[in-house]
Every structure is written in C-alpha cells, then in structure tokens.
Design a protein around this ligand. Structure first.
Ligand SMILES: [Zn+2]
Length: 239
C-alpha cells in the first residue's frame, strides 16, 4: 500500500486513524457507546458545501446530529430523499429540532443569481432557488454588493425551505404531539457563526437550538492528548 500522504485519500485515512486513537485515548467509552445506537436531538438540513460540515461547525460529536445535505440546501416537497430523511429523523429517531441551514458564499445561490446554465441535472435541481430569485427580483437587484446579495438569496432560500418543512405532515404531527421545533438558520463562513433567522416554530435566540443530546450537560474529562498534523501524516501525542 502506498504511504504517500501527499495523496489526499491516503492522508485522510492516516488522519482518521489518528483521530480514532485520540478519541479512544480521551474517552475509552466513546466508540463502544457510539456503536450501541443513536439518539440524535437535531436533524440538520444543509448545503453539501465542504465548508459547512454541521457536526464540526456546531462543535458537536458523532451521534449528535442526523444529517441531510444537498446542493444549496433546497427543500423540495417532492424530493423523496429529503422526505425520507425527515420522516426517519422525526417519526423514528424523534429529534427535538429540525434545523435548515443556508450559508454565505453558496455556489448554488451564485448560480441562481447569475442565471447562467450550469449544465446537466444541476439546472433542474436549482429551479426552486431560481423561483426564489424571481419572486424577490427587485429586492435582490437593489443590493449592490455581490456577497450581500448572495447572503440575501440564501436567507430567502431558507425562508422558503422552512415553509416547505412547516407544510410537511410528519413535521406538523410532531409539532402538535411533542413540541418538535423547526429553525431556519444561516452559517457565515467568514466568521464561523450560525445565525438563527427566526423562521419556523421558534424565535431568534442568541444561543440557538442547543441541548438535549446524549451528552447534554456532560463534560467528559479525559486524558490529555494532542492531534498533530504533519506533512507526512497525522498522529496523536499522548501525555
Ligand atoms: Zn452552498
């Protein structure tokens, strides 16, 4: 097997090995507990963008979030993929929060704003976002700054997506039966902050949708170790 860690996949495997060793060292129960089952409290619906990894940006852990991500976090009522994830997370896993998250500098938003053909199935996929753009054409055209315009269409896309979520019968039933909460949010890549836009069941809060996870309120004080990333591969230094 090649040990050339300049290859991204080889490096990723070496990084995974270091991470798994680090987590086990820090908390020997971590993986056995993870393997015993999942009870995430959040369903995250976000963009596939590599800069928006939900568990990482929320500072949470494997097991905390059930996830569906697609290009430009488009929530379409006829998309069976999104619908199946929602149904499983809400009706079976009984998550407490459904979080739809858009983000700044979204390529899908830029494509919809530019109205250029991307090609293949992508133009079809982006159709709902283009409809959002058309519905708010005047407001968007009045925004001179390109970045600000992209943020605004991302916000409008989240608002439209939350409306689709609130019309989902599974979500409606669980809001009534057990107080399921639905949130629309936006991740600002430039600052790393997730902002609650106040759509859905909740009002904007500074400390958004926290709590309720398997490790809620639990601080695990494990043995100290440091993850070290070198060009020749990643590793762990235990103390
Ligand atoms: Zn995106």
């Amino acid at each position: 097997m090649s040990q050339d860690t300049r290859d991204p996949f080889t490096y990723a495997l070496s990084s995974n090995s270091a991470w798994a060793g680090y987590k086990s060292h820090q908390n020997p129960d971590f993986f056995p507990r993870l393997a015993s089952g999942q009870s995430p409290s959040i369903l995250w619906l976000g963009c596939s963008d590599s800069r928006c990894p939900e568990t990482t940006i929320l500072g949470l852990q494997p097991g905390d979030i059930f996830v569906h991500r697609n290009i430009a976090n488009i929530i379409s009522p006829t998309d069976i993929n999104t619908s199946a994830v929602i149904e499983y997370a809400v009706a079976f896993l009984k998550v407490k929060h459904v979080v739809l998250c858009g983000h700044s500098a979204c390529g899908g938003a830029a494509a919809a704003l530019g109205d250029a053909r991307v090609g293949g199935v992508l133009d079809t996929w982006l159709t709902p976002l283009k409809a959002v753009r058309n519905a708010h054409a005047d407001e968007l055209a009045a925004i001179r700054d390109d970045k600000a315009r992209a943020v605004r269409i991302a916000e409008l896309n989240v608002e439209a997506g939350v409306k689709v979520l609130m019309a989902n019968v599974v979500i409606q039933d669980h809001i009534k039966e057990r107080g399921l909460q639905v949130h629309g949010t936006l991740f600002d890549i430039g600052s790393g902050r997730v902002r609650d836009l106040g759509h859905g069941t909740g009002k904007p809060r500074a400390a958004a949708f926290g709590g309720g996870g398997a490790g809620d309120g639990e601080v695990i004080r494990g043995r100290h170790a440091t993850l070290v990333f070198r060009s020749e591969g990643a590793g762990m230094q235990a103390r």
